[in-house]
Design a protein around this ligand. Sequence first.
Ligand code: GAR
Length: 210
Amino acid sequence: PSRIAVLASGRGSNLAALLAARERGDLPVDFVLVASDKAGAGALRLAEAANIPTLALDPRSYPDRRAFDHDLFARLAASGAEWLVLAGFMRILDGEALTPWIGRMINIHPSLLPKYRGLHTHRRALEANDREHGASVHFVTAELDGGPVIAQARLSIEAGDDEQQLAQRLLPLEHRLLPAVLGLLVSQRLQWHEHAPLFDGQPLLRPLTL
Ligand code: GAR
């Protein structure tokens, strides 16, 4: 099985979805490390309960972002991870430090990219009166939330939706999307390409809908 490290800053429901997919036998991977920039992250507790090694690094104990990121990526490499999954990791990563991982690192982002990179995606979709919202899984590059999009999950925005309701309705879709994309990657059906990801050897003209 492919060796996976997960980075998460918060609650960890997307990590839980990955662990559940593996438990069901749907995702042939070994989780070698769950790393966080927040010692109190729920994701770390979930990993401990699943007997997965954890790592909490405090950005405040480093002189700057580059120093933090270089240490983080050195430890991720030392874990033996072949793939990195950002599952609610809320820090911007240094472009130079992440470069060796391009093509082997994915992120889940709660918007239909290229719409709404960055924060407050649900609020921004509502403010724009969008009729549709969703989540995207993309390859991570130095451009924040700007790497090639692999797959998306979509939902309709209903009259009266607020930010919390939208986030809550999106979450179960995220929980299907992320394990599905990781499964396609580790089975090599999906491959990195700087212009468009390759799916079964063909460039993806638009993101997969999963
Ligand atoms: C998820 O909605 C994920 O898409 C989002 O944070 C949440 C994490 O929830 N990620 C980002 O906003 C990345 N910029 P979780 O901790 O329960 O998986």
